[in-house]
Write a protein that binds this ligand. Structure first.
Ligand code: FES
Length: 85
């Protein structure tokens, strides 16, 4: 049977830590390839539209929508909610 509901997780980063590393540290499996912001493999949708706590550790080169984030190059200074697809 297929799960039709996305899992939503609240995640917070440590100092200088990317969302991808924080997700991995908490035991979540997230796809990735480059970990440098250019392939787009780590793109995840935001569960909430208002996410004022996000900043980039390095400028992303891969495209992402307004309601998505590239987890490998983004830092969250306070917990944000992401959809794991
Ligand atoms: S893993 Fe390539 S952009 Fe994040």
């Amino acid at each position: 049977m297929t799960n039709l509901v996305d899992e939503v997780v609240a995640i917070a980063c440590g100092p200088g830590e990317s969302l991808l590393s924080a997700l991995e540290r908490q035991g979540h499996r997230v796809e990735y390839q480059c970990r440098q912001g250019y392939c787009g493999a780590c793109r995840l949708p935001l569960a909430d539209k208002s996410t004022p706590a996000l900043s980039y550790l390095r400028p992303p080169l891969a495209w992402h929508g307004e309601d998505e984030v590239l987890t490998c190059c983004t830092h969250a200074s306070s917990p944000i909610r992401l959809k794991l697809t």
